[in-house]
Design a binder for this molecule. Structure first.
Ligand SMILES: Nc1ncnc2c1ncn2[C@@H]1O[C@H](COP(=O)(O)OP(=O)(O)OP(=O)(O)O)[C@@H](O)[C@H]1O
Ligand SMILES: [Mg+2]
Length: 238
C-alpha cells in the first residue's frame, strides 16, 4: 500500500517534516493526529504528489510514486479545503469531475445518503459550509478506490450527516478499503480509527492504538491524553 521512508519537507527555513518512516496498514483506518501546523496536510499532499518533499521516498504498492502518476487514480482524496468555481451548480460539479476523471461515478446512493437532492440545482456559492462538505464527500466517494485519504472530513457536518458519514466509512472498511484520516475530533478517532499516528515537531511522537495512547499518558480519555502531551510540549517551549 503506502510506504514512506525518511520523509522531509521544509518550506524555506521552516522544517515541517523532519525525516520519519510511515506505512499505512492495509484494510485499516489510520488517524494522523497532531496540533495545528504539525504537518498532517503536508504529509498527505506529499503522498499525493501535490507537495514535493525535500527528501525521502514514497512508495505506492512497492513502486516509487514519482515514476508513474497512475497510482493517484487509486486514491480517493478529500482535501481539507476544496475550492471549485462558485458559479457551478452541484450537479455540474459532479459532471465536471466525472469528465476530468474520464469515469462515471456512482453518486446517486451518496446524494440520497446525505439528502442532497434538493441542492443539485443550486450554485456552490448558495450552499452552507456543512452542505458544501457533504458535496465534497460525495465527490470523493462516488469513485471506488482501494484507499481514501481524508483531511478533516467532518468539518461542519451536523450530527445526522456525521452518523451517515461514519457509517459510510465503516461500510467501505468492511469491504477491505484502507483509510488515512486527519481530524481534531477525538470522538471520531475513538470510534473509527484502528491505529493512530501522532505528529509533533516534525516527527512521529506516537504510533499505536488509542488504548495504548491513553495508557501511555495515564488518561482515560483520548482528548485528555493528547492535551497532556501538548501541554508538556508547550511548557518545554515557553
Ligand atoms: N505552501 C506552503 N508554504 C509555506 N509554508 C507552508 C505551506 N504549506 C504549509 N506550510 C506550513 O507548514 C506547516 C504545516 O502545515 P500543515 O498544513 O501541514 O499543518 P496541519 O498539521 O495540516 O495543520 P492543521 O491542523 O491546521 O490542518 C505550517 O506551519 C504551515 O504554515
Ligand atoms: Mg491540515
Amino acid at each position: 500500500m503506502i510506504e514512506i521512508k525518511e520523509i522531509r519537507k521544509s518550506f524555506g527555513r521552516l522544517e515541517v517534516l523532519k525525516g520519519f518512516d510511515f506505512s499505512l496498514s492495509e484494510g485499516k483506518i489510520t488517524a494522523v493526529l497532531g496540533p495545528n501546523g504539525s504537518g498532517k496536510t503536508t504529509l498527505i499532499k506529499s503522498i499525493l504528489g501535490l507537495v514535493i518533499p525535500s527528501g525521502g521516498e514514497i512508495f505506492f504498492d512497492g513502486k516509487p510514486i514519482y515514476k508513474d502518476w497512475e497510482y493517484r487514480r487509486r486514491i480517493g482524496y478529500l482535501p481539507q479545503i476544496a475550492k471549485f468555481p462558485e458559479n457551478l451548480k452541484v450537479k455540474e460539479l459532479f459532471k465536471l469531475i466525472e469528465d476530468i476523471r474520464g469515469e462515471k461515478g456512482n453518486s446517486e446512493p451518496l446524494i440520497e445518503r446525505f439528502s442532497l437532492d434538493s441542492f443539485l440545482n443550486k450554485k456552490l456559492r448558495q450552499l452552507s459550509g456543512g452542505t458544501r462538505q457533504k458535496v465534497n464527500i460525495v465527490l470523493t466517494f462516488m469513485f471506488e478506490c482501494p484507499v481514501y485519504i481524508l483531511d478533516e472530513p467532518t468539518t461542519g457536518l451536523d450530527p445526522i450527516a456525521l452518523i451517515r458519514f461514519k457509517d459510510l466509512i465503516l461500510e467501505r472498511k468492511e469491504q477491505g478499503i484502507t483509510f488515512l484520516v486527519t481530524t481534531h475530533i477525538m470522538n471520531l478517532v475513538e470510534e473509527l480509527a484502528d491505529e493512530l499516528m501522532f505528529l509533533l515537531e516534525g516527527q512521529v511522537y506516537f504510533r499505536g492504538t488509542h488504548s495504548e495512547m491513553k495508557e501511555a499518558q495515564q488518561e482515560e480519555n483520548l482528548e485528555r491524553a493528547i492535551a497532556k502531551i501538548l501541554e508538556k510540549e508547550y511548557a518545554e517551549n515557553s
